[in-house]
Each structure stands twice: as C-alpha cells, then as structure tokens.
Design a protein around this ligand. Sequence first.
Ligand code: 9YW
Length: 432
Amino acid sequence: MIQKDLRQAAEEVLRRNDRGTFTAPSPRQYPHLWLWDAGFAALGWAALGDYERAYREIRAALRGQWRNGMLPHVVFYDWPSAYFPGADVWRSDLASEAPAELPTSGITQPPVLAFVVEILTRYDPDRGRAAAFRREAFPALYAYHRWLHTARDPEGMGLSVLVHPWESGMDNSPLWDAALARVPVGDLPPYRRADAHWVPEEQRPRSADYDRFLALILHLRSHRYGESGVQTSSFRVYDILFNALRYRSEEALWTMAAELGEPTGEIEGWLARGRAAFQAYLWDPARGFFLDWDAVAKARIPVIAAGGFLALYAGLATPEQAHEMVARYLTNPEAFAPDGGTRYLVPTVSKAEPGWEPRRYWRGPIWINLNALIAHGLRRYGFVDLAEQIRADTFALVARSGFWEYYDPRTGEGLGIGDFTWSAALLLAWDL
Ligand code: 9YW
C-alpha cells in the first residue's frame, strides 16, 4: 500500500501536468505528448480511479497514428514551444502517411499501449465502458503492431529494428555508443538545445550525442520517413527493452482479440517468432545475459544494461536464464546491487561498464519506469523478495527526494527535471 501523503503528492503531480487532452511528461522540459509516457500516465489516472481520463490519454496518443500504422513518439499538441527538436525540425508534413492536421515526430517509442489498454480495461469497474474502449482502441493497436512486424522487420528477424536511439526511450545509453560513433554527422544546420536550460548539463546527453540524434532525423526526413530511410539508416539496432515490451503488448493484443472475437492467428505468429528470436539472437550464453543486436555491425552489443531484465517482464527468459541474470548481475554488487557506493536498485547500466555515469541520464541513474517493470518481471519468476526490495528502494527514493525524472543510485538525489509524470503515475500504479 502506498502511504497517504505520497499518494496525494503523486496525484498533485499528475494534476499539475494535466493538459486536458494529454499529460505532459514535464510541462517545461517536455511540453507535448510522448508515446510511452502517455501509457504510464494512463496507468496513473486509472490508479486514481479516473478511467475516463486514462482513456482520454490513450486516445490522444492514438490520434497521432500514421496511415501506415506507426504511432509516433511525439505528438505535438500545444505546439509551438521551446522544445528541440520541434515540429519544425521533424516536418511530418513531408510524409504522405502522417496525419494532416496534427504535427508529430517521424519515429516511434517502446510499444506499451496495448498492454496498458489491456490493464486499464481489466480493472475498470464499469464493464460496459471497458468493453467499449477495447473495441475502440483495438484496430489502431493492431495496425501499429503490424507495422512493427513489417516496416520494422526488414530482415525477417521476428524482432523490430530501431533507427534512432530515441525509439528505445533510453537516448544516450552506453548501449548506443559504438553504433552512434559510426553515424556520419555531416554539415548540420545550427541548432539550440532547450533541454540543458532546465537541467544541469552534466545530467543530460552530451552535444556529440545530440549532433547524431539530429543527423539521424535529417536522414530519415530526407526519405520522408519511408522504408528506404529505415533500410539505409546508419543506426539500426534490435533492442531488448523495446522488443520485450512489444511481446508483452502482443500477449495483451491476443487476449483482447480473443475476447472481441477477432482472428488471433497472425498475433500467434508474431508471438512465436518473437520468442524464438530472443533465444536465437539476443541471449548471450557466455555472458549469461540478454544483449542487444547491432544490425549494422552484425554483432551483439556487449553492454550489460537494465533493459535486459525486461525479458523477465515479458516472460521471455527460461527459468535458468532468469536465475543466471539475477545471480550474476542483479544481486551482484559489482554490477547492479548496492555495494556501499551505490545504495539503491536498479541503476540503468551495470557499474562494471566503462560507460557507467551515475548522474548522466540513461548512463547509470535509476528510472522509476524500469524499476516498476523489472519488479513485475521478478515476481513473475518467483523472485518475490527482490521485487519487494526494488519497490522499497523506489518508494524510499521518492520519499527522500520527490518525483524526479531519475535518481543518483549512490545518494538518492533527484536528477533531471522535477515533478515528472511517470515517476508519479507508476508509484500510484505500482501494483497494477
Ligand atoms: C526527448 C519524455 C521523454 C521520454 C524518453 C526520455 C526523454 C528526450 O524524455 O527523451 O527529448 O525526447 O529519454 O524516454 O519518453 O519523458
């Protein structure tokens, strides 16, 4: 159970960040709709009992859908703003598939919406409303997953390829260092980042990263966000977190399809191929961990990052693999576990990685969305005490510092932007 004062504080964050149609991840730093943030925010609204508001959040995300099925990672409600790169950089109007009236980005983000919708409609006490919302959301979710399996599986891997680090949700993770280093920067137009205005620079991605983030957008834009841009992108990776969440969402899609009397055969094919691909390409027997795959280098990415544990969330690890990952890494003080230097679970990246930086964004700090998903996965495999330790650590971080974007695993200090939506939403929805 969540303490009353924490619950109230979390509710206040959601209400402050509520823009009516959508919930800004942070009104100053991220003033538009982000795809996976919208999923987590919807869970928060549901935990407050406001299912109407939760469904409105999902509708706002789905309104950004492209005609080819893609759900963009940013929908630019409330544009213009100081956010960089804004709608004027993305120029979704260049793509014939994009919605005409609503500017969006041209890439996607981790596919959480289908499992979020399944959870919302499972708990909604108004069964008629829940059934109607499933019926309403299902076609868009299905089209999105079909896009993930076609446009985003050009090699027939059974996995979806990412063509921008932002699609992973973990922008500057050390996972991408080698792949990003190969991205040609060329002549970039001059640009001004807005992010470092609100947050100390040492906690944000470096400017060399932003140059490459922008160069990748310009490449995809020059192909009008079509499939030729995906196939020729100098950054192409198969990520565990993304594909595990895709799998979990497709289990949810299957459940919804079965209940709605829709065909389930195609989804069963996706699930079977996804499960096989995790074992064939992503499990690294020597390291005893799931590793991302670099499609340009044609090699596994030898970085131990917390996203690997999401294979447990999706039930994609064998019991033996789960035990090995936990024993070798999660409970190992040289990797993720507290060692006196760090005091909380789960740093985003193993401390043994040369790229580990405990205060810099996705390179080491603790993120509450990953903690919530990892704890769920651990419970699924019977690691109940460890799941409880992550819950206790997460609640302690918030009680100590408030609802920050991320936290220093050594001190518990809040980092990035404050009053961050998903930190509040997932505390409320921890048990959903
Ligand atoms: C950006 C909104 C987003 C998150 C991402 C996170 C960050 C930066 O903020 O992205 O400018 O898009 O990395 O996961 O969805 O909270």
